[in-house]
Unconditional design. Structure first.
Length: 556
C-alpha cells in the first residue's frame, strides 16, 4: 500500500498529465515541476524534457526549474552560466521563486560573481511578492548589514511576515529580537511565544533559547526542569551553545541533578566545537578538580583556546596561571599582557590583577597611579574587592590623593557588596570615628561579619572587641578561640595579643616563654609593637600586669 502522501502526489501527477495532454505550455511546465518534486529517478528524464518544451514557450516556472537543474547538474550536464540565464529570465518575468533562487545564487557566488547588493535586491523583489523564505533571508541581511544598510527595525518587520507564514527560522530570530529589544520594543512574552513556535517546529537553536528563558523565568514563571528538558533536546541535536548551557545547568543542579562529571562531558563537547564559554568553564573545572582530575596544564590549554577568541574571563584566568607558573611557563610579562587584554575587555578580575601588577611592578614598570586607575575601573563596575582595595589606597594616599571621605565611600560600597575586607575597613573607621560617625555596635557588626567569612585580620579585630566588650558583650573565651584561629594562620596581630595575654596572665596562664614565642612570631612578620615588646623584655625582665596589658589591648 502507498502512504497517504505518496498516493496524493501520484493523484496530483495524474491530474497534471491530463491537463498537459493538450499541450498547454503552463500545464506542461507544472507537470515537469511535479515530477521533479516527486523525486522518482525514473521520471527525471521526462521532467527535463517537459521543462525544455515549456521553456521554449517562455514559461517562467520552466525557466526557473530548468535553470536550477543546470546549476546543480541534475538530469542534465552542469552548466551554471546557462542555468543562471534561465533563472534570470524567470525572475525578470516576476516569478518570485526565481527571484529568490537568483538572490541565493548571488549570495553564494554560484554561477555568478558574488554580489550581496544584488542578492538583497532580488530577495526584496521576492519578499514584496510574499515569498516567506525570501522575507526571512532579506531580514537576515538587514540584521547583518550584508549588501544593504543595517536596519534592525526593517528586519523585524520582514521577520514578522515570514514568521506568521510559518518559517521556523524566522520565528527563532524574531523571538531573539523581542527578547533583546532589537528592532522591536522588548517583549519577553512575545519572545517566548515565537521561540516556542520555532521550538515546536523542531528548530534546535530555538529550543535552546526557549529552554534557557524558561529556566531563568524570563517571560514566564521560572521552570528549571522544563527549561532543562528543552535545552537537552537542543544539546542532543548537536547545538553547541545548548551543550554549554546544559553543562552549566548540570554543574549547578538547575532543573537536573547536580553532576560535575556530567557537566564536564557536556562542556567538553561544546568546547571541542569552539564555544568559548565552554572552553572557559572546562578550564575552571580542571583548575578546581571538579568532575575531572585536577590538571593545571589542561586548564591552561582550554583557557588559552577561549582567550584566543578574546574571552576576557579566560584571559584573566590564564594570566593567573601564567603569573603562578601553574600549567604553563611562569612569566610576569606574559601574565601582565593577558591581564591587560582582559582589563581592556572590561573584565573586573583582569582589571584588579593588572592593578596589582602595577603596584608590585610585576611584568610592567611599577606605577601606583596606573594601579589605582585600573583598580578604580574595576570598582566602578561594582567589584567589591576592588572597592575595598581602592578604599585602602585613599586611606594612605597611594596612587591617589589621600582622601578619607573617598575611603569611606568605597569601603561602604565594598561592605554593601558583602566583601569582608571592605567590612573590616569600614568597621575600623567606625571604631575610631574617622570620616564617619563613631559607632561601636555598627563596627562590631561589620567586623564580625567579615570574621565569619574567614577574614583573618577581622577575626583578630573582632577578638579584641570581645576581649574589651566593645560593641558586643565581653566574652574572653570566644575571643581566645578567635585569636587562636588567627594565630594558626600566622596573623601577626593575633600573635602579639596572645603574647600580651600570656605575659600578663590576663585570660591565659602567665607564661614568659609562651609570650616570647608569640611576640617573636609577630615580630618576624614585621609587627612593630611585638618588636618593641621583645626589646622591652630583653632589657627589663619584669612582666606586664593584667591592667597594663589590658590598657594596650583595649585602648581605642
Amino acid at each position: 500500500m502507498r502512504g497517504g502522501g505518496e498516493a496524493e502526489r501520484a493523484q496530483a501527477v495524474a491530474l497534471l498529465r491530463r491537463a498537459a495532454a493538450p499541450g498547454d505550455p503552463a500545464a506542461v511546465a507544472d507537470l515537469g515541476v511535479a515530477l521533479l518534486a516527486a523525486g522518482n529517478p525514473a521520471d527525471l528524464a521526462e521532467a527535463v524534457a517537459l521543462l525544455r518544451r515549456a521553456a521554449e514557450d517562455d514559461v517562467a516556472t520552466a525557466h526557473n526549474a530548468l535553470g536550477v537543474l543546470l546549476l546543480v547538474g541534475r538530469g542534465v550536464a552542469r552548466d551554471p552560466a546557462q542555468g543562471i540565464a534561465l533563472i534570470e529570465r524567470a525572475a525578470a518575468q516576476g516569478l518570485r521563486e526565481a527571484q529568490r533562487n537568483l538572490a541565493l545564487a548571488y549570495f553564494a557566488g554560484e554561477g555568478v560573481a558574488r554580489d550581496l547588493a544584488l542578492s538583497a535586491h532580488w530577495f526584496r523583489a521576492a519578499a514584496l511578492q510574499g515569498d516567506a523564505p525570501a522575507q526571512n533571508n532579506l531580514a537576515l541581511m538587514l540584521l547583518a548589514g550584508n549588501g544593504v544598510a543595517r536596519d534592525e527595525a526593517a528586519a523585524a518587520a520582514w521577520l514578522v511576515q515570514a514568521a506568521e507564514a510559518g518559517i521556523a527560522a524566522a520565528q527563532a530570530v524574531l523571538g531573539g529580537l523581542y527578547r533583546d529589544g532589537r528592532g522591536v520594543a522588548r517583549d519577553e512574552g512575545e519572545a517566548l511565544r515565537w521561540l516556542r513556535s520555532a521550538a515546536d517546529a523542531g528548530d534546535a537553536e530555538a529550543q535552546d533559547s526557549y529552554g534557557s528563558m524558561l529556566a531563568e523565568g524570563i517571560g514566564a514563571p521560572r521552570d528549571e526542569a522544563e527549561g532543562a528538558r528543552w535545552v537537552r533536546r537542543a544539546a542532543e541535536a548537536g547545538v553547541a551553545n545548548a551543550q554549554s548551557n546544559l553543562a552549566i545547568m548540570t554543574l549547578n543542579g538547575r532543573g537536573v541533578a547536580r553532576d560535575a562529571a556530567e557537566a564536564a562531558r557536556w562542556f567538553r563537547r561544546a568546547a571541542e566545537r569552539g564555544v568559548a564559554v565552554a572552553q572557559l568553564e572546562l578550564g575552571r573545572l580542571y583548575r578546581q578538580g571538579r568532575g575531572v582530575a585536577r590538571d593545571d596544564r589542561e586548564a591552561a590549554r582550554w583557557f588559552r583556546l577561549a582567550a584566543d577568541q578574546d574571552d576576557p574571563a579566560a584571559q584573566a584566568e590564564l594570566g593567573v596561571l601564567t603569573r603562578e607558573g601553574s600549567g604553563v611557563a611562569q612569566s610576569d610579562a606574559e601574565a601582565a599582557a593577558l591581564f591587560r587584554r582582559a582589563a581592556e575587555g572590561g573584565h573586573r578580575m583582569g582589571q584588579v590583577n593588572l592593578a596589582l601588577a602595577y603596584f608590585n611592578g610585576r611584568g610592567v614598570a611599577q606605577d601606583d597611579g596606573e594601579g589605582a586607575r585600573w583598580m578604580r575601573r574595576a570598582a566602578e563596575q561594582n567589584d567589591a574587592i576592588a572597592a575595598a582595595n581602592l578604599a585602602s589606597l585613599y586611606l594612605v594616599g597611594r596612587g591617589v590623593p589621600q582622601d578619607l571621605a573617598a575611603a569611606v565611600r568605597w569601603a561602604r560600597a565594598s561592605a554593601d557588596g558583602g566583601e569582608p575586607h571592605g567590612q573590616l575597613i569600614l568597621g575600623s573607621l567606625m571604631l575610631t570615628g574617622q570620616g564617619v560617625a563613631r559607632d561601636d555596635r555598627g563596627a562590631a557588626r561589620l567586623i564580625g561579619a567579615a570574621a565569619a567569612q574567614g577574614n583573618v585580620p577581622a577575626q583578630t579585630t573582632y577578638a579584641l572587641l570581645l576581649l574589651c566588650g566593645r560593641g558586643v558583650p565581653r566574652d574572653p573565651a570566644q575571643a581566645l578561640q578567635a585569636l587562636d584561629r588567627a594565630a594558626l594562620q600566622n596573623e601577626p596581630a593575633a600573635h602579639r595579643v596572645l603574647g600580651l595575654l600570656a605575659e600578663s596572665g590576663a585570660g591565659l596562664p602567665r607564661d614568659r616563654e609562651a609570650a616570647l614565642a608569640h611576640y617573636r612570631a609577630a615580630a618576624q612578620r614585621g609587627d612593630a609593637p611585638a618588636q618593641a615588646a621583645l626589646a622591652r623584655l630583653a632589657s627589663a625582665p619584669a612582666l606586664l600586669s593584667p591592667n597594663e596589658a589590658g590598657a594596650q589591648i583595649c585602648t581605642p
